[in-house]
Design a protein around this ligand. Structure first.
Ligand code: NAD
Length: 471
């Protein structure tokens, strides 16, 4: 007979308390509360109840105590970057270990912590008014398979800084990697003198556990990072939600661009982690006058393979099946994709390029693999309208290579995306080779943009009448 959520919670909490006293304890339940698994439950309800208990502790902690945990999360992320990267690639079959290591260092170093929580004050004849950022309580976070541990760590740093605890429902295909990250952040909490767990989840995350989480009354905010399905589900749940959804970022190249650099930046961005990031270049729109030059440099110096029409037809059938996007191709490298259509390519080949109209399915669809179609434009206005069409109204990310500020401004206004990178690889938007902080939850749909600690807080106005103004 299965144990209920309450029994599970009681057994686990008792086990955790006893284990913190260094007493050996073996609960009768099916699941031992080993410290390494603190925060991970059989039932979603039990995970949420435990997160609510932990949040009571976190809310009372000083900002300095929260920051101590965050600092340990940062160092543990760096120490375990390779382990997390290797596990993610082996578990999901997607991405590139070296790039994933870089992503973990980036998230560890550039995700804002408690410094992002600020107070606004008005002081005058009528007294002092403050607006302070308070926690939502328990946040339900849904995370993707493409950046699994990076998103868990990034969300935990920001959400904890805001005084919340988190219940994750990770992508089932990346559950082990996500749980390793959850174990790391919880270990950091214990070592810094915080609660046994600040991040919670279930051993087997499913759509069902996600639904339970979205409807649970103790969840104050839902943060969904993923494709259109999950964002739609969250936004129709009737609960407060942050939706970080899909993108299909076009990159425009005009005749004022440094074409050699554009070729390099575009291919570096597009091939980063085998094109998994939602911000990565997914289509090129290039002015006709410089297209040949750009293609020449992409092939010549950037390891691109210019596919023939017949090869592109084969790739289209392989990648976009009748059931939709072939998940077995997502996050694979160019050499592997070419081998699947019978083309033997050298190790130098990083990206498959081709030319076609914007409607070609390998250009119009978000593929998340290094296949990059180039669409020619007769002039800049034509380039803007093609790029806007390709972005599909996601308002997520777009990029441009140009030194004409009028063109850049026109494009920025027309495409209206949360991210617009100029003259750099797309990953500059994450603070890698660009100014600014890092986030792996880019709330394109609900408008927060790159989320950080402050996105996970409620504003509270505190008014002191006719006192404390000491000017
Ligand atoms: P996915 O949409 O398949 O899964 C994301 C998460 O949502 C998973 O945890 C999944 O289990 C859950 N999920 C999916 N459908 C659901 C539903 N109907 N109800 C509840 N939960 C549901 O995404 P993926 O393949 O892992 O990631 C790639 C997609 O995510 C791409 O579209 C990419 O652009 C997007 N993405 C966006 C961001 C961002 O910050 N905006 C970041 C990473 C990925």
């Amino acid at each position: 007979m299965g144990i209920t959520a309450n029994e599970e919670l009681i057994a686990k909490v008792v086990g955790e308390v006893i284990s913190s006293l260094n007493i050996t304890y073996a609960p009768a339940s099916a699941q031992a509360p080993a410290q390494a698994q603190a925060g991970i439950y059989n039932e979603m309800e039990a995970a949420i109840e435990a997160a609510a208990i932990s949040q009571q502790v976190v809310q009372k902690m000083s900002m300095d105590q929260r920051e101590k945990i965050i600092s340990l999360i940062r160092s543990k992320t760096k120490e375990n970057a390779e382990k997390l990267a290797r596990l993610a690639v082996s578990e999901t079959g997607m991405g590139n270990v070296g790039h994933k290591i870089l992503k973990h260092h980036l998230v560890a170093e550039k995700t804002p912590g408690t410094e992002d929580i600020i107070t606004t004050a008005w002081s005058g004849d009528l007294g002092l008014t403050l607006v302070e950022m308070g926690p939502f309580g328990v946040i339900g976070a849904i995370t993707p398979s493409t950046n699994p541990s990076e998103t868990v760590i990034c969300n935990t740093i920001g959400m904890l800084a805001g005084g919340n605890t988190i219940v994750f429902n990770p992508h089932p295909a990346a559950a082990k990697t996500s749980m390793l990250a959850i174990n790391l952040v919880n270990e950091a909490s214990r070592e810094a003198g915080g609660p046994h767990a600040i991040a919670f989840t279930v051993f087997e995350p499913t759509l069902k556990s996600s639904e339970i989480m979205m409807k649970h009354p103790r969840i104050g905010l839902i943060v969904a990072t993923g494709g259109p399905g999950v964002v739609e589900a969250v936004l129709s749940s009737g609960r407060r939600g942050i939706g970080a959804g899909a993108g299909n970022p076009p990159v425009v190249v005009d005749e004022t661009a440094d074409i050699l650099k554009a070729a390099k930046d575009i291919i570096n961005g597009c091939t980063f982690d085998n094109n998994l990031p939602c911000i990565a270049e997914k289509a090129i729109v290039c002015l006709d006058s410089v297209s040949d030059d750009l293609i020449k440099h992409m092939i010549g110096e950037q390891g691109c393979y210019l596919a023939s029409n017949a090869e592109i037809d084969k790739l289209t059938r392989l990648v976009l099946t009748q059931k939709g996007l072939n998940r077995d191709c997502v996050g694979k490298d160019a050499k592997t994709l070419l081998s699947l259509i019978g083309v033997k390519a050298s190790d130098e080949i990083r990206c498959i390029i081709f030319e076609d109209e914007k409607e070609h399915p390998l250009i119009a669809e978000e593929l998340m693999m290094p296949i990059l179609g180039l669409v020619r434009a007769k002039d800049f206005d034509d380039a803007v309208s093609k790029a806007v069409w390709l972005e599909h109204g996601n308002h997520h990310s777009a990029h441009i290579h140009s030194h004409d500020v009028v063109n850049i401004t026109k494009y920025a206004k027309a495409i209206d995306t949360a991210i617009l990178v100029k003259n750099a690889p797309s990953y500059a938007a994450l603070g890698y080779g660009g100014e600014g902080f890092c986030s792996f939850t880019i709330a394109s749909r609900t408008g927060e943009g790159l989320t950080s600690a402050r996105s996970f807080t409620k504003q509270r106005r505190c008014v002191m009448s006719e006192s404390l103004c000491i000017r």
